[in-house]
Design a protein around this ligand. Structure first.
Ligand code: ADP
Ligand code: MG
Length: 237
């Protein structure tokens, strides 16, 4: 326990919630399978960032998470790696069905960034990733969804459009990520985010990431997360 406290202090992370999993300071100790370790090595990352060191073990243990850390701290991989591990733990990946992992992000640029990261690390597993954002071709995006995939990265409004068009469904989603929740709220996506959460099975795992933690995000967290581990990295202002 003394060591765990010391490591958290070094990482600059504050953790709350019931029995939070210990942080891990090297990739070799995450318990990733060989293909994933290989693609992490290929990315030439030498060690986990502080938010990854604490959020990855918590996510791998199946817990819901609130992750607060500023831009550039490596939050994307902190949810992509546990998501890929979650996918590999499924007994079968039926092709031609709706996603198992759903990631919501505020903008087209951000969705594409996450999409590229998911493709980069998911390549070793032949994971299909589809990206849907406002302003892109609905026809092309729905065609891509109809092929079936394991991960969808989407802006909230476009995700709802796609479900309404019956291009896909959320029945298989067991891993839900809200990335940059504060920005999604700033952009007025709160109703869409809540609606999507209500349409995903309640026994899912949910990860919420944000650069800030204000009242509205706190309220959302209370409504959609179950017994979360809350991780704050660095100084908040
Ligand atoms: P955030 O979402 O917190 O703003 P990103 O996930 O976009 O941060 O990551 C910022 C940059 O850091 C990206 O270029 C990413 O490839 C890189 N990165 C992520 N994890 C690591 C790591 N463990 N070591 C080195 N670079 C990393
Ligand atoms: Mg990010």
């Amino acid at each position: 326990e003394q060591q765990v406290r010391e490591l958290r202090r070094t990482l600059g992370v504050k953790v709350s919630g019931a029995s939070p999993p210990h942080p891990v300071s090297s990739f070799g100790h995450f318990g990733f399978d060989e293909p994933l370790l290989k693609s992490v090595r290929k990315a030439e990352y030498t060690q986990p960032t502080p938010i990854q060191a604490q959020a990855v073990p918590a996510a791998l243990s199946g817990r819901d998470i609130i992750g607060i850390a500023k831009t550039g701290s490596g939050k994307t991989a902190a949810f992509i790696w546990p998501l890929l591990t979650h996918l590999m733990d499924q007994r079968e990946l039926r092709p031609g069905d709706g996603p198992i992992g759903l990631i919501l992000a505020p903008t087209r640029e951000l969705s594409l960034q996450i999409y590229n990261e998911a493709k980069k690390f998911g390549k070793v597993y032949n994971i299909n990733v589809v990206c849907c954002y406002g302003g892109g071709s609905k026809w092309e995006q729905s065609k891509a969804l109809e092929q079936g995939c394991e991960i969808v990265v989407a802006t909230p409004g476009r995700m709802i459009d796609m479900v309404k068009l019956k291009a896909t469904n959320l029945r298989r989603v067991t891993f839900l990520v809200l990335d940059e929740a504060d920005r999604m709220f700033h952009m007025g996506f709160e109703p869409q985010v809540r609606s999507i959460c209500n349409h995903v099975r309640p026994d899912r795992q949910t990860l919420l990431f944000s650069a800030t933690f204000k009242k509205r995000i706190e309220r959302l967290a209370r409504d959609i997360l179950t017994d979360p581990v809350r991780i704050v990295q660095g100084d908040l202002n």
